[in-house]
Design a protein around this ligand. Structure first.
Ligand SMILES: [Zn+2]
Length: 129
C-alpha cells in the first residue's frame, strides 16, 4: 500500500497524475477529458484532455509548498506545455489558430483550448517566496 513513499529518501520517478486505467474519463464537446490527482496526496485536480497529453504530473498548492523541492526538476516546463498546445491545435484544426480564433476558443469554457489553458493554470505553481 505505502509503496510510493517519498519520506524514505529513495529516488523518485515523477508519477503521472492521471489514473492508469483512465477511470473518471468523461465526454465534453471538445473531446474526452480525464481527471488528474495530486501526485503527493491524491487530491483531485480537475481534468485534462485525454488526447495529446503524454504526461501529467500535478501537485496541489499545499503539496507544492511542502514537497515542491522533491519534484524539483520534474515540474512540466513551459516549452513542453506550448508544444502540447501547438500539437493539440494541429491535431484538431490542422494548423495553429490565429489570435482571434484563440480568443473565441477561450470564450468557450468547454473548448479544447480552454481546457488546456485551465490545465496549465492548475499546473503553474505560485511564485516561491
Ligand atoms: Zn497534494
Amino acid at each position: 500500500m505505502s509503496n510510493n513513499g517519498s519520506e524514505s529518501g529513495a529516488p523518485l520517478i515523477a508519477p503521472d497524475s492521471r489514473t492508469k486505467a483512465g477511470t473518471g474519463a468523461k465526454w465534453t464537446p471538445s473531446g474526452v477529458v480525464v481527471p488528474i490527482y495530486c501526485a503527493q496526496c491524491a487530491k483531485p485536480g480537475g481534468f485534462v484532455p485525454e488526447e495529446n497529453m503524454t504526461f501529467v504530473c500535478w501537485l496541489c498548492d499545499d503539496c507544492y509548498h511542502t514537497h515542491g523541492d522533491v519534484f524539483g526538476g520534474t515540474v512540466i516546463p513551459d516549452e513542453v506545455f506550448w508544444a502540447e498546445l501547438k500539437a493539440a491545435q494541429e491535431a484538431r484544426y490542422g494548423r495553429e489558430l490565429t489570435a482571434d480564433e484563440l480568443r473565441v476558443q477561450l470564450d468557450d469554457p468547454n473548448s479544447l483550448i480552454s481546457t488546456l489553458a485551465r490545465s496549465r493554470a492548475d499546473m503553474t505553481p505560485p511564485p516561491s517566496q
